[in-house]
Design a protein around this ligand. Structure first.
Ligand code: DGL
Length: 265
């Protein structure tokens, strides 16, 4: 019987951008937040090693929490391992998070679209396939940012971010070509919505920033509606950090989102 909690997974706090939406849509479910902070950031990981880590880690998470649905609230993990996870755990329900290239291609007027993501997501064959499948008629610039996920973590934990650093990271997204300009930037990392106001402020011109958090939460809602009503109700929301020792500001942050931190060890 599938009445377990909904599990949200990311390398860090980025998945909280999806949780924020999901709490509104799925209030009757228990929620578990798992941050693989021991391995953050995922952007720089070698693909096979990260895939092995994710499959092994999910084996333990599924056994421990018996989630009704697992939301991989991380583009870097989903574009690499969603297929391997479904294959390894065929009885489980997974919701993935992948770059919103299709909606961007449908909405752009100028035909110039940028995808802002971790270096890992930019390298993925999955991402390249989305572009050739849905955006062949557009000029898509892939921008792999080395630092934005870390800057978003810092902003969320400490309330401060260096705006000049944000400006430098997003600058390559802005392209001018034959009198046309980029009009859409896809936020293809779940950390980035937390910085979107700073991005707006430091962008050279206004663009539409596509954030998929709500769409991911809606996908989880659709799957949840097909399941039996949960029996455990709210209130059992816990967060697990794979480091086992999250710093105080991280604990404060997740408790602000309604999670109590599971003490490991
Ligand atoms: N939040 C993650 C994503 O959506 C990645 C952050 C990282 O580990 O670099 O891609």
């Amino acid at each position: 019987m599938r009445d377990g909690p909904i599990l949200f997974f990311d390398s860090g706090i980025g998945g909280l951008s999806v949780v924020k939406e999901a709490r509104v849509l799925l209030p009757e479910h228990g929620h578990i937040y798992v941050a693989d902070d021991a391995a953050f950031p995922y952007g720089a990981w070698e693909e096979e090693a990260l895939k092995r880590r994710l499959v092994a880690l999910f084996g333990r998470l599924i056994e421990r929490f018996r989630p009704a649905i697992s939301v991989i609230a991380c583009n870097t993990a989903s574009t690499l391992a969603i297929g391997a996870l479904r294959e390894a755990y065929p009885g489980e329900l997974f919701v993935g998070t992948v770059p919103a290239i299709k909606p961007a291609a449908e909405r752009t007027r100028s035909g110039l679209v940028s995808v802002l993501a971790t270096p890992g997501t930019v390298r993925r064959q999955y991402t390249r396939d989305l572009i050739s499948q849905y955006a062949a008629q557009c000029h898509v610039r892939l921008v792999g940012s080395e630092n934005l996920a870390r800057l978003a973590e810092q902003y969320m934990r400490e309330g401060f971010v260096d705006e000049e650093a944000v400006r430098a990271e997003i600058a390559p997204c802005f392209v001018e070509r034959d009198g046309r300009r980029t009009d859409i930037v896809v936020l293809a990392c779940t950390h980035y919505p937390f910085l979107v106001n700073r991005m707006r402020k430091t962008a050279p011109w206004p663009v539409d920033w596509i954030d998929t958090s709500e769409a991911i939460a809606r996908r989880a809602l659709t799957l949840a509606r097909a399941l039996p009503q949960p029996s455990r109700g709210q209130g059992a929301d816990v967060a697990l950090f794979t480091s086992g020792a999250p710093p105080a500001n991280l604990r404060r942050l997740v408790s602000g989102f309604g999670f109590s931190v599971l003490e490991e060890g």
